[in-house]
Design a protein around this ligand. Structure first.
Ligand SMILES: *[C@@H]1O[C@H](CO)[C@@H](O)[C@H](O)[C@H]1NC(C)=O
Ligand SMILES: *[C@@H]1O[C@H](CO)[C@@H](O)[C@H](O)[C@H]1NC(C)=O
Ligand SMILES: *[C@@H]1O[C@H](CO)[C@@H](O)[C@H](O)[C@H]1NC(C)=O
Ligand SMILES: *[C@@H]1O[C@H](CO)[C@@H](O)[C@H](O)[C@H]1NC(C)=O
Ligand SMILES: *[C@@H]1O[C@H](CO)[C@@H](O)[C@H](O)[C@H]1NC(C)=O
Ligand SMILES: *[C@@H]1O[C@H](CO)[C@@H](O)[C@H](O)[C@H]1NC(C)=O
Ligand SMILES: [Cu+2]
Length: 368
């Protein structure tokens, strides 16, 4: 049962990548009933029998960490499938997924489907690592509240481990005075010189460019920013919101650094001014993106389980960027369709509301 139909299963009519969204379809299932099912609909009847369990990075064994990082390295060198007409600079499957985010930047942030879209995006990435790169685990998450407790501990997070982790900060590059976006407390900006991605080539971005700009992976850690926006206090404030509209606003925060929430906390706490994580468009270029977004997703799920029957259906917020007063259009509903380009088929917001609903099939070892 393939998530993304590879070349060999595509006949003339089906050669375009299409996907079969089967998180957790037991293989035996397919063997027992080899009936061809409509790939656009069949997953509806399936349930999530054996969710894979997402765990916190530091609880993984050395071997589990290495297997995850190897799968990402594999994805970084798999050939791209995005048409050159859509993103001329893509080389790898990893670029495909970064390009998808770049191209949709203004339709997936500060909208009602921000969290559903990123939940789906992270799930598609996790599934791609499993199906295309032989990874057998789940996407790990990064509980940054542990590292943000004391701002001075931020750079010592095991996530930045130079041997078992994603590598350290880049060396300090003074901010260019003509650059208006100086992230408070930034300490780096240069190329990541150790860890699993020391030689990684970033091609998508900066900003909205998908034409291919090969450069190093960079980080610009801000211990101050992390301490201010990623602590348990900010997380508790987020979890205390009464409905999805408020919850999403507190997660996303406002468009200025001062108005950040936990979402911006992770992006600017790692990416600062010059790191890819601080680039609203090309942030998935830093593989830490998925660890951060898995934890944001865990915050949302932790909020949902506090009143599950209601919150499996609670969705609101604008279809259009920042249109919180609905002057340009309406709010997102459960039927709203979301796309991740060539990486998977469309799903509705409804399909992503339950992490064990069938289209998605994973859980977390621990919740907030
Ligand atoms: C600083 O920014 C200006 C304007 O974007 C640019 O022309 C210049 O090359 C930059 N300088 C450095 C050292 O990056
Ligand atoms: C990175 O590239 C350098 C120089 O080519 C090489 O010595 C080093 O082993 C590479 N590191 C990794 C992790 O691939
Ligand atoms: C959480 O604590 C940090 C560090 O003391 C502080 O800067 C921030 O304003 C606090 N946030 C909230 C919501 O209380
Ligand atoms: C749209 O969503 C917002 C929350 O983001 C909510 O306050 C508002 O009432 C909704 N509007 C409609 C017409 O339902
Ligand atoms: C939305 O409506 C509120 C209350 O009427 C108003 O205070 C606010 O300025 C409006 N925001 C925008 C972006 O129009
Ligand atoms: C997929 O979703 C996108 C974004 O909402 C939409 O523009 C597109 O028409 C959808 N495609 C299909 C085949 O439903
Ligand atoms: Cu995003």
């Amino acid at each position: 049962m393939a998530f993304r139909c590879l070349q060999k299963c595509g006949g003339p009519g089906v050669s375009i990548i299409f996907l079969v969204l089967t998180y957790c379809v037991v293989l035996a299932h397919a063997v027992a009933s080899p009936v061809h099912r409509d790939p656009w609909n069949y997953e509806r009847g399936l349930t999530c029998k054996k969710p894979i369990v997402r765990k916190e990075w530091r609880t993984l064994s050395k071997v589990e960490k290495a297997r995850y990082l190897e799968a990402v390295q594999c994805f970084l060198v798999k050939p791209a499938i995005t048409p050159k007409s859509d993103a001329p600079g893509v080389v790898s499957r990893y670029d495909d997924i970064v390009a998808t985010h770049v191209l949709q930047t203004f339709s997936i942030h500060y909208v009602g489907h921000f969290l559903p879209w990123h939940r789906w995006f992270t799930g598609v990435y996790e599934k791609s690592l499993r199906d295309e790169c032989g990874y057998s685990g789940a996407q790990p998450y990064w509980d940054w509240t542990i590292d943000a407790k004391h701002a001075s501990d931020w750079t010592k997070s095991p996530v930045f481990d130079p041997v078992d982790g994603f590598g350290k900060n880049g060396p300090l590059i003074p901010v260019n005075q003509s650059d208006p976006f100086e992230v408070p407390g930034r300490t780096g900006g240069g190329c990541v010189a150790d860890g699993a991605f020391q030689n990684m080539t970033v091609r998508m971005g900066p900003h909205d460019s998908v034409s291919g700009n090969p450069r190093c992976l960079s980080r610009d850690l801000s211990p101050y920013f992390a301490g201010r926006y990623l602590g348990m206090n900010q997380t508790r404030l987020t979890l205390s919101q009464p409905d999805f509209g408020w919850f999403d606003k507190v997660v996303e925060g406002g468009p200025s650094f001062d108005a950040s929430g936990v979402h911006g906390g992770g992006h600017y706490g790692v990416g600062g001014t010059y790191g890819q994580m601080g680039d609203l468009y090309a942030s998935p270029a830093d593989p830490i993106f998925w660890m951060h977004h898995a934890n944001l997703d865990r915050v949302w799920w932790s909020w949902q389980v506090r009143d599950l029957s209601k919150r499996l259906r609670d969705i609101s917020g604008p279809i259009n960027l920042m249109d919180y007063n609905n002057t340009l259009g309406g709010n997102v509903t459960l039927d709203f369709q979301m796309s991740v380009g060539v990486n998977a088929k469309n799903v509705s917001v409804r399909d992503t509301m339950d992490i064990m609903g069938g289209v998605l099939c994973y859980s977390y070892d621990k919740l907030y």
